[in-house]
Design a protein around this ligand. Structure first.
Ligand code: NAP
Length: 471
């Protein structure tokens, strides 16, 4: 009875945790709730199974928990997709090992158990090898070999998939050795499916692999008869699938083209490949932080557009300080959040939350787009693709159709970045040449600090609005 209550309690906590993760305000607590749910589940399992194997469990908890904690503390926010890929891979491998372990037990498995073992092994192995390849590609340890882009790769993958299915049948017929073959072939299939995917699409694939790791875990739950694992795995599977769909929509990519299309826009798929570089621009205006500060001082409404470069520069605290200064001067400040700004969903929300930017100032793309025409100044900070008007005007562009922040509608736009280099999609940005745009070249943090200095020297923020600001 106690074990059942604990199990039910952890399932409920997990469900509330997942629900809470959908909102910025509740995400931190929700994360804690989900972690608590898993701790409870471990306690429940120990009570159910007895404490016989506890030294092994403690050893596993120590090694796994220690590695996880070190990794979580050391990893930079910009490397989070690689970390998530690694965690997904570990999830897939665990399910695979649980399934293989269950087969070794003296008690024979019924048909449901056997099918669950096969699903765990197949999906777990694909998740493991696919996630490692995804991580390697994001870290730029692995490229996209030319041969993986040939149409014949589909035939190879189909052959591997068919061979996997044949192995499944053989296992069901009692040929135990086919399980090993299934493991090897599934590992190869994971590599074959992930290797051709372009860097720009990789985070979508990681989200999909996250969903696979949930499916593998749910199947492992059937193998060991753990309702909690089934529920948790199913939730992860469904959540990963929904996130994949959301990311595909935000990037205007269909899942089929991500999975089977190979590298996005040949030659432009790898992050930072420099295509669309500075030589393509002929009519760019640039200005100093001093000139930018003068325009800012006279503005009434300002919108900041954070992007990947803001995360690279770790400039979120300087940004918050600048926003506070402008607000003290009576200027309305908001932040425009694009769903795929940065390198992972919610990247900008997390970054700005780190600097305690008030949640109500973060405005989603669909809500803020109509406001750009009545905005005096937009400051684009290390964002590129998510503000590229080409996504609306150039059908040949890989970004075409992706909804973007319509900053080109604002009266004045300052783009803060280090060069005229391209963003993730590797294409030129028409925004840089618009008459209302001025580039402010430099590292985002340095530029923001210079702006703060300039504004302070102009006396901005010295007099509180309510205390006699003359604006
Ligand atoms: P972006 O298009 O990748 O552009 C980032 C810009 O930041 C670069 O052009 C770079 O220009 C600049 N930058 C880098 N370091 C900087 C620094 N220290 N200071 C100032 N600027 C710096 O970024 P984005 O506009 O955020 O767009 C995100 C891209 O990632 C989209 O293409 C999106 O589809 C893709 N993506 C996102 C997700 C997600 O979940 N968020 C998932 C998959 C793909 P310089 O080198 O000239 O400074």
């Amino acid at each position: 009875m106690v074990e059942l209550s604990i199990e039910l309690g952890s399932v409920l906590l997990l469900a509330f945790g997942l629900k809470g993760l959908a909102k910025i305000r509740t995400a931190r607590t929700a994360n804690g709730l989900a972690a608590l749910a898993i701790c409870l589940a471990v306690v429940g399992l120990l009570l159910q199974q007895g404490l016989g194997g506890w030294p092994w469990m403690l050893l596993g908890l120590g090694i796994g928990g220690g590695l996880g904690a070190v990794l979580a503390l050391r990893v930079a926010m910009t490397s989070m997709p690689e970390t998530v890929a690694l965690f997904n891979g570990c999830g897939g491998m665990s399910s695979l090992l649980v399934a293989i372990g269950a087969v070794q037990l003296p008690t024979p498995l019924n048909l449901v158990g056997q099918v669950s073992v096969l699903v765990s092994v197949l999906v777990g192995a694909i998740t493991f090898s696919g996630s490692l390849v995804a991580m390697g590609k994001l870290q730029e340890w692995l490229g996209t070999p030319g041969w993986t882009l040939r149409p014949q790769r589909h035939a190879v993958n189909i052959l591997l998939a068919v061979a996997c299915l044949v192995c499944c049948v053989l296992v069901l017929k009692g040929m135990a050795v086919a399980l090993i073959l299934l493991t090897v072939l599934s590992l190869l299939l994971g590599v074959g499916l992930t290797l051709p995917v372009g860097g720009a699409d990789m985070p979508v694939v990681i989200s999909l692999l996250n969903s696979y790791s949930g499916v593998a875990a749910a199947a492992a739950g059937f193998v060991v008869g753990s309702e909690l694992l089934i529920v948790a795995g199913a939730m992860v599977g469904a959540a990963g699938l929904i996130l994949t769909q959301v990311m595909c929509t935000a990037m205007n990519r269909s899942l089929t083209s991500v999975l089977f299309g190979g590298a996005l826009g040949a030659g432009s798929s790898e992050p930072g490949d420099g295509a669309g570089g500075r030589e393509e621009y002929t009519n760019v205006t640039s200005c100093s932080p001093e000139e930018c500060a003068l325009t800012l001082e006279a503005a009434e409404r300002v919108i900041f557009v954070p992007g990947y470069g803001l995360a690279v520069a770790q400039a979120q605290h300087s940004l918050k300080e600048l926003a506070r200064l402008l607000e003290q001067h009576g200027i309305e400040v908001r932040y425009a959040i694009h769903p795929v700004a940065g390198r992972m969903p919610g990247h900008m929300n997390v970054l700005l939350a780190e600097a305690d930017v008030p949640y109500d100032q973060l405005v989603e793309m669909d809500d803020i787009n109509p406001d750009f025409p009545r905005t005096d100044v937009v400051i684009v900070l290390g964002a590129n693709d998510v503000v590229n008007p080409r996504a609306k005007s150039d059908p040949a562009s890989p970004l075409y159709g992706m909804p973007v922040l319509e900053v080109d509608q604002a009266r004045t736009v300052f783009v803060v970045k280090r060069s005229l280099g391209s963003g993730y999609a590797g294409i030129r940005n028409d925004l840089f040449e618009l008459p209302q745009t001025s580039m402010v070249f430099g590292d985002a943090k340095q530029v923001l600090q210079s702006l703060l200095q300039e504004l302070r020297s102009l006396g901005v923020g010295k007099v509180a609005v309510g205390a006699g600001n003359t604006r």
